[in-house]
Write a protein that binds this ligand. Structure first.
Ligand SMILES: Cc1ncc(COP(=O)(O)O)c(C=O)c1O
Length: 445
């Protein structure tokens, strides 16, 4: 079997034909190799991190290639399609908008943007009454970081530092990258020279002890950005830690921005994952599932913070684009009407029940199974080294793909279960059974 996403040698598969899955070719599909090679010729190799299957149709919880294969999608693309791929109501809203015709408004007043923003702030926790739209998640985080710094600058010129947490991810533009966990240097520049400071992932010590360990003075801190539930662990932060953080931030006039680009918009069984803790953030960033389709991201916050930038200094050419905004508006509307947030919570409980026996069968190699709603991950540990079992997790993901269950290859020793919130209950069960069979076969081999 192909062991890496880079390997383009077609490997035979066993035919699969169920109500939800269909595998009828070797994978990668021999006819697809030319297309993939040509793409790799013109694209940087950073783009070759996904399993080499050609997407042709993606609808609901299923993805199809042009060669007759069909997968149950446990990835939502990349934790994106919360209401499913190409939901008919999202498609219809896009069509209506492109027929209008109005494809662009920038920051000029427009009806769709007004409706979407009103809907979004209505859904947001109390006190967060303004929002701004962008295209990518990383842009929303850049904006949140800028707003926290602007707020800090009003208090003192020293107050510009941004804290973030090890193991959290915020995007690939400079400030978002500097706020993401990882190496000490960011593009060769020491993180603290960029005014960014990483704290350890929340542990038993609590927030104050973590802060002290970094030797930071709160007078130098403008804000902290963290994922409400980190995408890598899919485990909630300790409640005590979050409460302590809120108290500390209030005392020192530090703002808290929660990144809900991955965990937000209903996925964890609450519209916003921060609701699991009962604490109020100053800013929330969203993206991905906000539209479940076209590029839309947002920053939501209190009027006093959101209004810190003067007219013309916080906007983006495509932000709030009417076609994208129409998709997001339809997405939020249908999520409410179809009760998808509650559905995520209900299916999440089943998922937990179905995964528990798998973890029990492999106590030596399945480290943790964490999650809320349809935001789950299975962490594999190499029993010999105790380290994350990267090769095994990637191998299991690839084998699941070969059996008609789409997972992404994380390259970090875990498997992620993040299907569309619309997934058919039986399809979810079937996909989990496939994963369990692959794990049983690989971990006992
Ligand atoms: C938690 C989190 N923040 C930010 C981002 C960046 O979003 P985008 O890729 O839309 O820039 C991602 C994307 O994976 C994410 O998962």
């Amino acid at each position: 079997m192909a062991m890496s996403v880079l390997d383009l040698t077609p490997a035979p598969t066993r035919p699969v034909k169920t109500r939800f899955r269909r595998i009828v070719t070797p994978i990668p599909v021999p006819q697809s190799i030319d297309l993939i090679r040509r793409l790799r010729e013109v694209e940087p190799r950073s783009m070759a991190g996904m399993v080499p299957i050609v997407w042709h149709r993606a609808q609901g919880f299923q993805v199809r290639d042009p060669y007759g294969n069909q997968w149950i999608d446990l990835s939502s693309g990349i934790v994106m399609a919360n209401s499913g791929h190409a939901h008919p109501r999202v498609l219809e809203a896009i069509r209506r908008q492109t027929d209008s015709p109005l494809l662009f408004t920038y920051a000029y007043p427009g009806q769709v943007r007004q409706r979407l923003l009103e809907r979004l702030v209505k859904l947001a926790p109390p006190g967060l009454n303004k929002a701004i739209l962008f295209s990518s998640g990383t842009e929303a985080n850049e904006c949140a970081i800028t707003l926290m710094r602007r707020h800090g600058q009003r208090i003192s010129p020293r107050k510009a530092g941004i804290l973030s947490l090890e193991g959290n991810y915020h995007g690939r533009t400079l400030a978002a990258k500097a706020a993401s966990g990882g190496e000490d240097r960011v593009d060769g520049i020491p993180r603290d020279q960029l005014g960014h400071f990483l704290l350890p992932a929340p542990g038993a010590n609590g927030f104050a002890a973590d802060l002290k360990s970094r030797g930071l003075d709160p007078l130098d801190v403008a804000g902290i950005i963290l994922e409400s539930i980190p995408g890598v662990t899919t485990a909630c932060h300790p409640l005590e830690y979050m409460r302590e953080l809120r108290d500390w931030a209030n005392r020192h006039r530090v703002l808290i921005a929660v990144d809900e680009i991955q965990c937000g918009i209903g996925r964890t069984g609450k519209m916003f994952a921060i609701e699991h803790y009962g604490i109020a953030p100053d800013l929330i960033t969203c993206g991905k599932g906000l539209s479940s389709s076209l590029p839309v991201s947002a920053v939501i916050g209190a009027r006093e913070v959101m209004d810190l930038a003067p007219p013309g200094e916080m906007s983006s050419t495509f932000g709030g684009n009417p076609v994208c905004a129409a998709a997001a508006e339809a997405n939020l509307e249908l999520m409410e009407e179809e009760g998808l947030v509650e559905r995520a919570a209900e299916l999440g409980e089943l998922l937990e029940q179905w995964l528990a026996p798998v973890a029990r069968r492999h106590p030596g190699s399945i480290g943790e199974v964490n999650g809320r709603g349809l935001f789950y991950s299975i962490h594999l540990r190499n029993p010999e080294t105790g380290q994350p079992w990267v090769e095994m997790a990637d191998r299991v993901a690839l084998e699941c793909v070969r059996r008609g269950v789409l997972l992404f290859v994380t390259g970090r020793g875990f498997l992620k279960i993040v299907p569309p919130l619309t997934i058919d209950r039986e399809a979810l069960k079937e996909a989990v059974e496939v994963m369990a069979a692959v794990l049983d076969a690989e971990l006992t081999a």
